[in-house]
Each structure stands twice: as structure tokens, then as C-alpha cells.
Design a protein around this ligand. Sequence first.
Ligand code: HEC
Ligand code: HEC
Length: 442
Amino acid sequence: MKKLAFLALALPLTATAVEFVDNSTPDIAKVELGKLLFHDKILSGNKNISCATCHHALADTGDGLSLPIGEGGVGLGVTRDTGTGADAVHERVPRNAPPVFMLGSTEVTRIFHDGRIEGDPTYPSGFKSPAGGDLPNNLENIVAVQAMFPVTSSAEMAGQSGENPVADATSVGNLAGPGGVWELLADRLRAIPEYEARFNAVFGISAADITYAHAANAIAAFEIDAWRADNSPWDAYKAGNYQAFSKDEQKGKKLFFGKAGCSECHSGEIFSDMEFHAIAMPQIGPGKGHGIGDIDGNGVGREDFGRGGETGVQNDMYAFRTPILRNVALTAPYGHAGAYDTLEEVVRHHLDPVASLWAYDCHSQPVMPSRADLDAIDCVVMDSSELVQKIADAASDYEPVSLSDKQVDQLVAFLHTLTDKGNIDLRSDVPRSVPSGLTLAE
Ligand code: HEC
Ligand code: HEC
């Protein structure tokens, strides 16, 4: 018995092969500060929404919705609705809120569905981003770069011009200048004694030197530490514990890396090549204003060109970044617009993407509160054969694969092995209160 116990110690059940930008040695005070900021509505123009509203610990770092309901919405998770009266949401967020798992992995080189944030040494900050040369130079990693932007989005956090100074700065594109979004938010933080003390303890700075970039670095430290997902049956299996997998899971793994071709794109420790592929994923929702389908007659298209909207390159049209699959069993709905509610549906989509796109019925998706307004505006693209044809024509990145129902089940079983059990219950990632004194609810 003694000997066995010793062996069990010597052979850890899991051993991560993943490298993290924080070298797996998080600065606890910084993580704690980031946790508070992530949940504090003080960072939104109208003080009515936080990062956590769309990336909530109780919804596995997403919101459970196909398309988030941003600034002006009421409620949390799948019960969130678009609100009423003058404060109701003015615009619907066009893309699914991705999970925040595993973003600290050194393999994460691009952020967002269209990869509009990526490392680029030609910029002084080291990153290409929507802020161009205005991005501060002291952002510690790509996750921190990302945290600079939700606060500058009218639909997500800033609000509409005329409602508050942050929204006004957003509407004229003043992010980094005097009176810009980032300065206004830093002003709010330095006026709160608890934040002043915490920024001082973490960064050794006085109130006057607090910038929003410091806040972004702390938020990233929290996301990276709290939401690593590298302690799954898959990690155990890789470390040599073959008992970690059932027969079906093993068969699913074989298919994933073999006949089904999944690992051609879902590769590496994060199960993403960080490249862009057009796989005819259905687009529900208002789109990114690209292309045609302008039903309001205001010159704004209803399409989402994905990477093509960023680069203008034909080959990038309707291509989206390969999603990270760690914890994917927890993070429905799926696709860049949340078109599929279950893992099985989205896996089946891959088997014959173009046929699946044409067969997609936007109006008969399982009813969630978030879907109440789909009939009104959000099925525009999928109701137009002209628009669907464009997405279908672009889908050159995938060969149809033929799999039996059993094999699809096995693939889904394998995807479940990517779940880190430590991420199933994330209640402890929600603070009890935040320094601004604003409520955590909604
Ligand atoms: C209104 C909902 C909403 C709010 C609030 C929000 N996000 Fe997001 N988040 C999204 C959506 C939608 C995307 C995807 C956008 C895209 O790809 O174009 C996203 C993307 C991200 C990503 C990129 C993940 C990846 O895999 O590329 C991270 C990280 C993230 N958000 C963190 C944050 C942080 C930090 C905040 C607060 C400062 C925040 N979000 C506030 C909806 C939201
Ligand atoms: C040609 C590259 C490619 C191949 C091969 C591929 N995928 Fe994907 N996969 C993607 C892209 C790109 C998306 C996201 C597309 C979008 O949202 O528009 C995606 C989405 C997914 C999603 C949804 C994840 C989420 O968070 O939304 C799952 C699950 C998935 N793929 C599993 C698989 C499986 C299983 C296979 C093998 C049968 C496979 N993929 C093969 C590129 C690929």
C-alpha cells in the first residue's frame, strides 16, 4: 500500500504542458484588484454594466446568450432582456461573447472573432489594435490589450452620446486623448479610496498616476489566473493516465486527430491554430454593418465579413478565428453569432458546412429570452438566399466529412474531456462587493 501511495505521488494525475504568460506565478494582489474591476460597473459610461455582465462566472465566463445584450439591458445570463423605455438597449451586440478560458496561454496570439488584436512589433505598444498608435505602451500582454476596448464600445459599456461623458468621448473616437474614454475612467478610479490604495499596493503608484492601462493589466491578471483550464481529463491522459478516458472518448480522440480532420484547425494546447477559416457558420443578428442587406435604408449592411472586414482581403471573407476548445462543453451557444445551441449541432455543422448553412432555420431555434426579437430583425441574413449564398460561396476551407451518428457522439464525448473540473463551479470568482459600492446584480 505504501509503495502504491508513493507511486501515485510520483506520477501526478495531471501535469500541464501549457505555458502561461504569467509563468503560472500570478501576483495575488493584482489578481484581486482585477477581479474587482472586472465586476465593477464603474467602468461603464452609465454605471450599469460590467465586464462580468457578458462574461459571468455563473455562465462559464460567457452570458449563455447567442448575442449579448449590452448597455441598457436588464438581468443576468439567459434571463437578461433588452430593457424598456428610454434606457433600453439601442443596438444589439452583433457577435457571441466568447468564453474567457485559457487566454493566458502563450499560444493565444490573436483576440476577437476577427483577430483585430494581435502582436505586431511595428507598433510602439507591440500590438496592432483598433486604437492604432494610440494604444498605451505599458500593456503587459494581449489579454490586457483586449481589456482596453469594451469600455470604448457604445453598445457594450459606454452608452449613447448625450448620456454621459464617456459615451460622448466614444462617439467622437477620443480614446487616448485628454478627456478621452481612458482618462475619464482613470479619473473615476482614482476618486475611490479603496482603488487608490489597491493600485498603490500593486503598481507602487499614487492616485495621480493611475491610468486605465493599469486597470487593464490587473483585469488581465485576473482573467489569466482565474480562468486557466488546463486540468482536464485530456491533460491527465496526455500525462500518461490512460484511465482518464472512456472507450468512446478514446475513439473520439482518434477521430478528432485523424479521419474527422478537426485538429487541422483546432490544434495545439488550446485547440486553435489562431488562423481564420470560412466554414459557412450561420449568421444571426444585426451583423457588423458590412456588405448588403440594409433593411433600414440607412446605408448600414447586415452582414459580418469576419476577418475580411478587417483586412479587405477576398480570401478572408466570412472567415473567423478558430475558437479555443478548452471547456467547450461549458460554453454554449456556439459560433461567432451563437447560432447553435448544442455541441452536437455545431459538430454536425462541420461535417457538411454548406448544406448545414442552407438547412439552418433561424426561426425554429430553441426559445431563449434572447431570441424573442430574432424574428423582428435578427434573421435578416439567414432569410435572404442572396446573403446565404455569399457565405456559402466563401466556404472554401472545409471538405465535407462523412461520419456515423456513433462517431459524432464519440467526437462530442472527446470534446467533453477538455473540461477542467475546477471550472465547473466558478462561484468563488465573484466578489461580494466592489469598491465603487455599485450593485453586482444585473
Ligand atoms: C455587452 C457584452 C460585453 C461586455 C460588457 C464585455 N464583453 Fe468581452 N466580449 C463581448 C463580445 C461580443 C466579444 C467578441 C467581440 C468580437 O469578437 O468582435 C467579446 C470578447 C472578449 C474577449 C476576447 C476573447 C477571445 O477569445 O478573443 C475578452 C478577453 C473579453 N471580451 C473580456 C472582456 C472584458 C475584460 C470586459 C470588460 C472590460 C468585457 N469583455 C466586457 C461581449 C462583452
Ligand atoms: C478548417 C478549419 C476547421 C476544422 C477542420 C474544424 N473546425 Fe471547428 N471551427 C472552426 C472555425 C473557424 C470555427 C468558428 C467559425 C465561426 O464561428 O464562424 C469552429 C467552431 C467549432 C466549434 C464551436 C466552438 C465555439 O466556441 O463556438 C466546435 C465545438 C468545433 N469547431 C469543433 C470541431 C470539430 C469536432 C471538428 C472536426 C469534426 C472541427 N471543429 C473541425 C474551424 C475548423
